[in-house]
Ligand binder design. Structure first.
Ligand SMILES: [Zn+2]
Length: 255
């Protein structure tokens, strides 16, 4: 019988999970989305990125970092992309209940820290809220991580409005799964009615993608390259590995 050294939750027996050291340590849940990603990317894009970035981040962890990777939650809160066939959106209530059930199980298994790795912007506000709710209700220390990469070389318009199926996302898909990427469409940016308005100024608006993008993308897919995608993917995975390591030994003064 071999000794299992996997850091993947699903690979382990219940006894192995019971016997794992829990302190320090963090359980990681990748979460993405199944939603339209323009005419050129698969609806799997965010879930694929959550899965691959998390797997790569775990490969980059130091051997003594205690972390366990849950299976990816592929579905998310994607109702900003309703109206495009292929989008499968969980309601906020469903996603909150699902995350709570997973967190209860993680806590009952003896773990004290849970980190969400999120690749879909539409999940962010809900995950921030759940981190606090789960801390208050279960005592779990909960964290939210999304990878960061140096995109300072991108044009100003892309940095400001390229938020979906954009140059960066398209590049990473060209790197990871070029066989799933279709012909690259031209850039499309939202044409706002006010020159000073953007997606983050006040008052914020509860926008839908179809308000501004008939084809479903915000940004310039035509500028994507697999080489840039490989660089950004590597930088994001490295930043996630650093965040997993930090979370694994994070503590509060009066917990
Ligand atoms: Zn995306």
């Amino acid at each position: 019988m071999s000794v299992i050294t996997s850091r993947r939750w699903a690979d382990l027996s219940w006894q192995a999970i019971r016997d794992l050291p829990k302190e320090p340590g963090v359980v990681v849940l990748p979460i993405g989305a199944i939603e339209q990603h323009g005419p050129h990317l698969p609806v799997w894009t965010d879930a694929l990125l959550a899965e691959r970035l998390s797997a790569r981040a775990f490969e980059l962890l130091a051997p003594d970092t205690q972390a366990l990777l849950l299976p990816t939650l592929s579905y998310g809160k994607s109702n900003e992309h309703t109206g495009y066939p292929g989008t499968i959106a969980l309601s906020a209530a469903t996603l909150m209940a699902l995350l709570r059930d997973i967190a209860v199980a993680v806590s009952r298994s003896g773990f004290t820290r849970l980190l969400f790795i999120n690749t879909h912007g539409g999940n962010k506000a809900l995950l921030e809220m759940m981190c606090r709710d789960l801390r208050a209700e279960l005592g779990l220390l909960c964290f939210l991580a999304s990878g960061s990469a140096d995109t300072s070389m991108l044009p100003a318009l892309e940095k400001r409005f390229g938020i979906h199926a954009n140059t960066a996302e398209t590049s990473m898909l060209l790197h990871l799964t070029p066989e799933l990427v279709g012909p690259l469409p031209a850039a499309h940016y939202p044409d706002f009615s006010s020159p000073t308005f953007n997606l983050t100024t006040q008052p914020q608006v509860g926008w839908l993608t179809r308000d501004w993008s008939p084809d479903g993308h915000f940004g310039d897919p035509s500028a994507a390259t697999p080489e840039a995608g490989a660089t950004w993917f590597g930088e994001m995975a490295a930043s996630l590995a650093a965040q997993i390591a930090e979370a694994s030994s994070f503590s509060v003064a009066h917990g």
